[in-house]
Unconditional design. Structure first.
Length: 97
């Protein structure tokens, strides 16, 4: 009977990823930067354009493009945060390491 090959193990995500609170500081910083830039652009650029009846079409177009791009940015950021970075294989699994 042949022994089954060892599969690479993924460490427990709960224990290692969420054990240190300091790891969340860069995440919180990026979230605050995204929220701040979104608020500034929306309040000081889009909103004045929307109140000007002569430029409402331009404002709606810019608002749509900006919201789509922001949604894509936030989606990519969330997916990058939740993706496990992987591990280095053991020498017994891959002798090239």
């Amino acid at each position: 009977m042949m022994p089954s090959p060892r599969l690479p193990t993924v460490p427990s995500q709960q224990n290692e990823r969420f054990s240190e609170g300091a790891k969340f500081l860069p995440v919180a910083f990026v979230v605050l930067v995204i929220c701040g830039l979104y608020t500034i652009y929306s309040c000081y650029h889009i909103w004045p354009l929307l109140t000007n009846w002569q430029r409402q079409g331009e404002a709606a177009e810019q608002c749509l493009v900006f919201n789509v791009l922001t949604f894509l940015l936030v989606t990519c950021y969330i997916r990058a945060m939740l993706m496990h970075p992987g591990t280095i294989p053991d020498k017994s699994d891959d002798p090239d390491w």
